[in-house]
Design a protein around this ligand. Structure first.
Ligand code: COA
Length: 280
């Protein structure tokens, strides 16, 4: 693997060591595959239209090798293409790096989920690598073309309390960033699609909790989508949990108890979409 700055991509030191170790063991055929995937990722940087292409759909994991290894290496190898695109749009190195650090966050989440090094959210990172994903402050955002207009899609990484003050600050920074650097794609509203917008949350948590106050900012629209899998993944970092295993999950916080009360019930969790008009 070339001498890439993995710190700049947010990879923790133990993940960096594992990545370098596995990269050193690749066959020539695997290296060619990584180069091809990286070229395909680089070629579509700047394409902000949905849907994000499923560039990694036919990349199979091999037994004995970390999940998502080749996509991960392709993402590392194509990060410079994203940086070059950011530079053409006048973004500061800090703003540019903020989105790319999501790679390290995803690898860390993978370790928490599966207990080992790897990546399983490479499909999401294809979108991050489109070049309009940033992490200004507490929340992360990407510019998205939705139903004929540009919106600022909002994401809630698990990095600390979601107080109203940090949310206000992050919204303001995101709005300014996109207005300045993507003025040719003027966004008319903030958008969020999340299980955290399920109105049930307001029944289960105190009205003055950060989560309920965050939820109350959004005007809901569109049809509800199934949300049980997201609720379990984001609170417990587990995938494909069966009913018998759910009984063993911790119930230490009100959110954990609320999630488990509904998963698999007749009133399951919902993913909802919400919007906040921009007043500029
Ligand atoms: C968003 C988030 C940071 C909010 O945390 P917060 O500001 O601490 O939330 P609140 O103060 O409103 O917490 C209310 C209750 O939920 C609990 N809680 C919040 N987040 C929790 C989490 N990730 N795991 C377990 N319990 C959690 C709190 O401990 C509190 O319960 P308690 O009073 O019994 O202690 C946190 O919920 C989180 O990281 N969620 C996962 C990320 C996510 O779902 N993103 C959306 C993807 S679509």
């Amino acid at each position: 693997m070339p001498d890439t700055d993995l710190d700049a991509l947010g990879l923790l030191s133990e993940d960096q060591a594992d990545l370098r170790r596995h990269a050193a063991q690749l066959s020539d055929e695997d290296r060619a595959r990584v180069a091809d995937l990286a070229a395909r990722l680089s070629a579509r940087v700047g394409d902000l239209e949905l849907p994000w292409p499923r560039l990694f759909a036919d990349v199979r994991d091999e037994p004995g090798r970390p999940m998502g290894l080749l996509p991960l290496l392709a993402l590392v190898a194509s990060a410079d293409a994203v940086r070059r695109f950011h530079a053409t749009r006048g973004l500061s190195p800090e703003d540019s790096a903020s989105g790319l650090r999501d790679l390290g966050q995803q690898v860390a989440v993978h370790r928490r989920t599966y207990g080992e090094f790897g990546l399983h959210t490479q499909g999401w990172l294809v979108g991050v690598w489109s070049g309009a994903y940033f992490w200004p402050g507490r929340l992360a955002f990407n510019l998205m073309h939705d139903e004929g207009r540009w919106v600022i899609d909002t994401h809630i990484p698990e990095t600390g309390p979601l107080t109203p003050a940090v949310v206000d600050e992050s919204f303001a920074r995101a709005e300014a960033l996109f207005a300045r650097h993507f003025a040719d794609h003027p966004a008319t509203e903030l958008h969020c699609r999340s299980w955290l917008l399920d109105p049930y949350l307001a029944e289960a948590l105190p009205v003055d909790s950060n989560l309920v106050r965050f939820q109350q900012r959004w005007e809901l629209y569109g049809e509800p989508e199934p949300g049980d899998d997201d609720a379990v993944f984001f609170v417990f970092r587990r995938r494909d949990v069966r009913a018998a295993e759910r009984r063993l999950l911790p119930r230490d916080t009100s959110l954990q108890r609320a999630v488990l009360a509904r998963v698999g019930s007749e009133r399951p969790w919902q993913v909802r979409r919400g919007r906040i008009p921009l007043t500029r």
